[in-house]
Write a protein that binds this ligand. Structure first.
Ligand code: MG
Length: 251
């Protein structure tokens, strides 16, 4: 390379540097403005109703998006006239036909107005992400049980920050941000799942790590998996739990 070439290259660098310095004039407000990407517009409806880009899993009209978790046949839970569904005791868990990874979930649930039992047997159900990881549904308004198994717990892994339960018989909401775990080629977990839960609008799980499957007995398991269904639990003890207005947004 000749001296002429070197000088020319140095000149180009100087020019680029000048342009760069101009662009990075932090005394100007525009320097720190970012214009792209432009967030997609979504339309929102009444409070808690699905935004325009959501996948509605249950709107009260039918159980078409759900199947029995045991047999993959039509979901047997009870469809009510008020736009809700109720666990049919002993019929088993139900799960979505569609599989999901990372999602935002909105779900509303209600315990029987007259409590039927105590502890873990008072309106026990649950929301399972990817069919494996349970955020507990339980009537804990006036009902003591182990703290890492109460409503809003990541079952046997994380105690909710507060007890935001409403009285028995009132509709309650969960708004949940769930991020799926990641596994490498040989099935080792490289990233744990995380979950953030708002119960009736109150933050009760703040981006906590899910250690693995939420086991009743024993320690969490971490077998590799891909996308999985959203599952709702039939705890098989006449829980009487109802659900309505269920939608997700894939993240
Ligand atoms: Mg449960």
């Amino acid at each position: 390379m000749t001296k002429k070439h070197l000088l020319f290259i140095a000149f180009i660098f100087m020019l680029v540097g000048m342009v760069d310095a101009q662009e990075k004039d932090y005394t100007k407000p525009k320097t720190t403005e970012v214009h792209e990407p432009i967030p997609a517009k979504v339309t929102t409806g009444k409070m808690n109703s699905a935004p325009s880009d959501a996948i509605v899993l249950f709107d009260g009209t039918n159980l078409d998006n759900w199947v029995g978790a045991r047999d993959s046949l039509a979901a047997k839970w009870i469809l009510n006239k008020d736009g809700s569904m109720t666990v049919k005791n002993g019929s088993g868990d139900i799960q979505t036909k569609q599989n999901f990874g990372d999602i935002q979930l909105h779900i509303e649930w209600r315990n029987p107005a007259t409590p039927r039992a105590k502890g873990q047997n008072r309106a026990n159900s649950g929301v399972f992400f990817q069919g494996r990881y349970e955020v507990q549904v339980l009537d804990n308004y006036d009902n003591i049980t182990y703290a890492n198994g109460q409503a809003g717990s990541v079952y046997k892994q994380h105690i909710p920050l507060v007890n935001a339960s409403k009285p028995s018989g009132e509709w309650q909401t969960y708004d949940i941000i769930y991020h799926a775990p990641k596994f490498d080629q040989i099935g080792r977990k490289t990233k744990s799942a995380t979950v953030t839960v708002l119960h009736n609008g109150v933050l009760i799980q703040d981006h906590v790590v899910i250690y693995g499957t939420t086991e009743y007995i024993g320690i969490p398991k971490n077998n590799p998996h891909g996308k999985g269904p959203l599952k709702l639990q039939d705890h098989n003890d006449n829980s009487g739990v109802s659900y309505r207005n269920i939608w997700v947004r894939e993240l």
